[in-house]
Write a protein that binds this ligand. Structure first.
Ligand SMILES: Cc1ncc(COP(=O)(O)O)c(C=O)c1O
Length: 395
């Protein structure tokens, strides 16, 4: 995967380490996903946990799409970046009464995680408040295909749904939601989930939408085939069409991609400071830490980022694998493990791809490192001030 020249010229300004994002790539990916869903009624809600920078959120707002948030902080960031409350889905588990009240005041659409949470909101919501429910329709968190675990921590069980929807006085349950896992590369897994979700959706007399969550994968290496978005779109349209036919009413499809939309918009760059040749590997020490680029810290077994030495393509590959090490005393401070790179040299700039998702949003204070520099290309010009509705409601 070639790094665009304008991204590279921005990266060359980075002294030690930092992120470069190109928001035109985000715009293009939003159009791709929109075009790939051949449905009349569809909404794309970017999952802000993937990237919570206000430039990213302002780009989502500028393109007219919505967001999916799961915390007051992300709600505030989204609203202050220009996302409309009515285009915001707020879902969390174990929401407190004050969190629910704040959401009602701001006017976001809430998705509730349990029978107890439905009862709590029903007790304080105005009449006729539309909400969604998260249901347990299976999860592929632990393996490549969906498994239905009754003890899974999220959502209502399918056999709780009817009683819950009959029990509400003020709430109208207009949607079902499920999240099947992250980084799923086979669209059939997500479609299987969507189909299961649709079969639970028929239990809701007020149904207006089905929210199939995120999970659209980005392969960790450039040789693996990309997620087949067109196949997902065709399959999803067929599932929604069957549901509409069965219910004789229009149904909207909602998706909440995080990684697929934002991973390829960003790169992390780090300068080589020290090189240690070892018997079985080369240690390339950079002026950055895994805490600043933390997907590998949180998911050491799974997460990988393709990486390359900038301007190093003409150099021969090193005879040994390269381990990119961080500038701390933490023994697992690795930004890459066993990478196939040319022999690293002091002063080289290493580029890590797919750094736009679950990187800046996962930074941690562990090890006491500064937040790395972030450069944004093609950012929206106009930034809107904090929306008063949130500031007032949040008090
Ligand atoms: C409910 C929900 N929706 C969407 C997402 C985004 O997922 P992904 O980045 O895998 O698309 C997440 C991520 O955790 C989530 O919890």
């Amino acid at each position: 995967m070639i790094i665009p020249p304008h991204v590279l010229s921005a990266a060359r300004q980075i002294d030690t380490a930092g992120y470069v994002y190109d928001l035109d790539i985000l715009r293009s990916r939003l159009s791709q996903i929109e075009d790939a869903l051949p449905l009349k009624r569809k909404h794309i809600h970017f999952a802000t946990m993937a990237n919570d920078h206000t430039n990213v959120l302002a780009t989502i707002a500028e393109t007219g799409h919505g967001v999916f948030v799961n915390s007051p902080l992300h709600l505030r960031l989204a609203l202050s970046s220009g996302v409309a409350a009515k285009q915001t889905i707020y879902a969390a588990s174990n929401m407190s009464g004050s969190e629910m009240r704040m959401c009602l005041n701001v006017g976001v659409h809430l998705v509730l995680d349990s029978a107890g949470q439905v009862a709590s909101l029903d007790a304080i919501a105005p009449t006729n408040t539309p909400v969604g429910i998260r249901v347990n329709a299976g999860s592929a968190i632990e393996g490549p295909s969906l498994a239905l675990e009754a003890s899974y921590r999220f959502g209502l069980l399918a056999d709780e749904v009817d009683a819950v929807q009959r029990s509400t006085r003020n709430l109208r349950i207009t949607g079902v939601h499920c999240y099947f896992g992250t980084d799923i590369l086979d669209p059939r897994t997500l479609l299987d989930g969507l189909d299961r979700l649709a079969s639970i959706a028929v239990l809701l007399p007020d149904l207006e939408y089905v929210d199939g969550g995120g999970g659209f994968g980005i392969a960790d290496d450039f040789d693996s085939p990309a997620f087949d978005l067109a196949a997902y779109g065709r399959g999803a349209a067929a599932i929604i069409a069957r549901l509409e036919e069965r219910l004789r009413r229009p149904v909207t499809l909602i998706v909440e991609p995080g990684r697929w939309l934002s991973a390829p918009i960003g790169w992390f760059f780090a300068r080589v400071i020290d090189v240690k040749p070892r018997a079985d590997r080369i240690l390339a020490g950079v002026a950055a830490s895994v805490v600043q680029f933390p997907r590998m810290l949180l998911h050491p077994e799974k997460a990988r980022h393709p990486c390359e030495i900038v301007d190093g393509r003409h150099r021969l590959p090193a005879a040994l694998p390269v381990w990119v090490t961080g500038n701390s005393t933490y023994s697992r401070d690795f930004l890459a493990r066993g990478a196939a790179l040319p022999n690293p040299k002091v002063g080289d700039l290493i580029a890590f791809h797919n750094a736009g998702a679950y990187c800046r949003s996962m930074r941690t204070r562990f090890l006491g490192k500064e937040d790395p520099e972030e450069l944004f290309l093609h950012a929206p010009d106009e930034r809107r001030p904090l929306v008063d509705a949130f500031a007032n409601a949040a008090q």
